[in-house]
Design a protein around this ligand. Sequence first.
Ligand code: FAD
Length: 493
Amino acid sequence: MTKEATVARRRILQGIAAVAVVGFDPVRRTWVTDAEASRPLSRLPRLDGQLLTDPGSLAAAGQDFGRYIQRRPIAVLKPGSINDVVEMVRYAKQQRLRIAMRGQGHTTHGQAQVEAGIVIDSSTLASVQVNASDAVVGPGATWRQVLAATLPRNLTPPTLPNFIDITVGGNIAGGGIGGAAHRHGAVVDNVLELEVVTGHGQLRKCSATQNAALFNAVLGGLGQFGIVVRARIKLLPARQLARLYILQYPDVGAFLDDARVLALDERFDHLEGQVNADGTGQYGTVTMFAVKYYNPGAPPSNATQLAGLDHVGQEIQDLPYAAFVHRLDPIIDMLKMVGAWALPHPWFDIFMPESTVETFVAETLATVTAEDTGNGNVLLYPLRRSKFKRPLLRVPQQTEVFYLYDVLPFSAPVPAAVNQWVARNTAWLNRGRDLGGKRYNIGSANLTRQDWRKYFSPVWPAVLLAKLAFDPTNILTPGQGIFPWGRPVDCDD
Ligand SMILES: Cc1cc2nc3c(=O)[nH]c(=O)nc-3n(C[C@H](O)[C@H](O)[C@H](O)COP(=O)(O)OP(=O)(O)OC[C@H]3O[C@@H](n4cnc5c(N)ncnc54)[C@H](O)[C@@H]3O)c2cc1C
């Protein structure tokens, strides 16, 4: 049998598996199977991939890394092509079903979930094609998959999240922050072109010069205006080695003083702060991970890199760049082994302006100990407003330097403990907002309609217009909780 014939046969077999469900009964609002095909039904479009309705697939798509919200969809699409996404969005619109793409479900508060609707699992759209200075990737490609294709050609995305098992599509929806974002902006600042399926079920190409309104809406647009089905992302030459400077600071204030200098002078390629707990569990000292990339034979000068800094302890390590970008792997393996990966993760994430970050960090960390967070990480990334250019990834505008502040607890697996964290996060978020902060929308907090308006302020009118233009029936990505389900969007929203 030829290779083409084998592939064709496989497609047909997938088709047969999917034929278990042939359509949707719009009156009873349930799927109709092959055996019940005499019932009134809206027949499913022909798909290259599979539409799964088995309990295991629905349960898996109905949860996320937060592990405390479960919203069960009625089907999971494993698209075999971009056309499947187009067809399924059209079908969902026709049937008044909500629909969202799910990356790896690494958000923590139901953002990728769809109660009684359709989840599109992006993992089957994960191709990576590397060109001289960019890569064309499927939305389900993880950064690990992207790096596997780019590093052999000595190329790398400019900004990578620290955890590389999240998807390009998920980061495009949320923003995408990493240690290089003080130099290169967020992941969304390094996207050159997108192919998007809008809430109308139209496949559109967009970039800064073509359909710019759609491009600007989708980058950091939390899945509200279109489903990303292909992205062209920038690549830079990758250096082969990384010199890691681990610098100790006695307190947050001392760390912030140096972090500001380093964010502005860009002498390091990667900057990341971690607030540590002492023996009694109180958070206080800070470790800065500052990294300079280099090629063999041209190491950085330690005197130049550390000139003028006020740290109180230091350690310097050299490692291959590939090892550096995979540095979390052993930690994640350990967390999985001890069961911590499966615990609830009611995470808190906010961007704070330089002017109030110290106050806010002090206020919040005074109320929790390492015991409360289950020894979860507390992170501070120095960032720069002028590098963040996408209108819908909202960041503080007051100061050039601002910070991503994350408190990442492992909660006890009981509702009372999780609820306490979510309530605490929500209170912190409100306080942070009063101090000029903007939520980073990957974590856990309860937002009201008014909260979303304030989050998007002053661009809320543009958000509404984009929703009216690209998803007026409001079927896309309900898990973010921005537009209430049950009615189309209108100008009074
Ligand atoms: C251990 C860990 C470490 C992390 N580290 C970082 C980090 O360093 N930096 C950082 O920025 N984030 C980090 N995150 C958070 C992560 O970036 C977010 O969860 C992010 O949304 C991507 O995760 P995902 O690909 O699994 O997307 P999901 O959680 O599956 O989806 C997130 C949202 O995007 C939507 N979406 C997904 N794909 C598409 C698409 N193709 N088109 C339109 N909408 C889509 C979903 O519907 C959902 O609303 C971390 C998370 C974990 C668990």
